[in-house]
Design a protein around this ligand. Structure first.
Ligand SMILES: NC(=O)CC[C@H](N)C(=O)O
Length: 303
């Protein structure tokens, strides 16, 4: 397949959607980003990367970090993680508190904020430095040692992090965090602040298309674990819009409020798209449109 020609066509189809939606403003440092940006990259399982638009511009990965955190914990812990976090869609916004009380402090899934805080807590217990572990991981998988945290975004999140703090303290009250709440929050905010381009994200996420094999051919996850992460991405990766994302795109995907989305076509490639204008659920308007156009043009969805 001529990837460049396909991506060019996707960009042409998506152009009217670029700039639509709202840039996330509840984290003030994110509000300064230009809504008119658009980039997309495709990393083939053989390592070839193709891109269009702003595909080499770093942006805040935000909740896309939740997919890397889950992979890092599952690789070490296996199934025992699921005693502390579920794997069902929540049907609620990503930062919602309501289910936690009547579900005894066990978050619905690892891709809403509450669930990701539990995963970060576990990663912190396993490694002693959850956020640096993630940074090292994405640098190694993407082959880009320049990837770094954005301290301005991390501190902006921390200053406006009352909601995440509420989630974390509430789960701590149920005994579902092992580390002190401030430690868990700090590593969570730093993970979310990692800046990566579409090129970096597509290559760093390629192990999910390679059934768990890392960039150097070593095994990061069993094929079964990779299958499971992709399944949870399909059902929960775009929060309370996961049903609509499956309907339109038909791929496992993980979004972030920085406007990025990573989507996986198992056995073929990983896609990363970025455009900062978000819909009401916190997913990139042009990003979802681009992935919809891509799977429609290629016929490459899991359905
Ligand atoms: N959906 C997201 O990308 C949310 C991540 C963001 N850092 C938060 O905790 O609110």
């Amino acid at each position: 397949m001529d990837y460049q020609a396909v991506l060019d066509q996707v960009a042409a189809e998506v152009a009217p959607h670029v700039g639509r939606g709202q840039v996330a403003s509840y984290i003030p440092a994110l509000a300064a980003v230009d809504a008119g940006r658009f980039g997309m990259a495709l990393a083939d399982v053989d390592g070839t990367v193709t891109g269009i638009g702003d595909w080499q511009t770093p942006f805040s990965i935000q909740s896309i970090s939740k997919a890397f955190a889950l992979a890092l914990v599952l690789a070490q812990d296996g199934e025992s993680l699921w005693r502390r976090v579920g794997r069902e869609p929540s049907g609620n916004p990503f930062n919602s508190l309501v289910q936690l009380e009547y579900e005894n402090g066990i978050p619905r899934n690892p891709f809403i904020n509450a669930g990701a805080l539990v995963v970060t807590d576990r990663l912190q217990s396993l490694t002693g430095d959850a956020s640096t572990t993630m940074l090292d991981f994405v640098r190694a998988q993407s082959g880009n040692p320049e990837i770094s945290f954005d301290p301005a975004v991390a501190s902006s999140e921390s200053e406006h992090g009352d909601r995440n703090a509420a989630l974390a303290y509430f789960m701590a009250a149920y005994g579902n965090l092992d580390n002190p709440v401030p430690t868990v929050l700090e590593h969570y905010f730093w993970q979310c602040s990692i800046e990566m381009s579409c090129r970096d994200l597509a290559t760093a996420g390629a192990f999910l298309a390679r059934h768990g094999l890392g960039a150097d051919g070593s095994r990061l996850l069993s094929a079964r674990e990779a299958k499971r992460i992709n399944a949870v991405m399909l059902t929960c990766g775009t929060y309370d819009a996961a049903g609509d994302f499956a309907y339109r795109v038909g791929l496992p995907g993980k979004s972030g409020v920085g406007g990025g989305i990573v989507a996986v076509i198992p056995g073929r490639c990983t896609l990363a798209v970025w455009s900062p204008g978000l819909d009401a659920h916190g997913n990139s308007v042009a990003g979802v449109a681009a992935l919809d156009a891509f799977t429609t043009l290629t016929g490459w969805s899991v359905f």
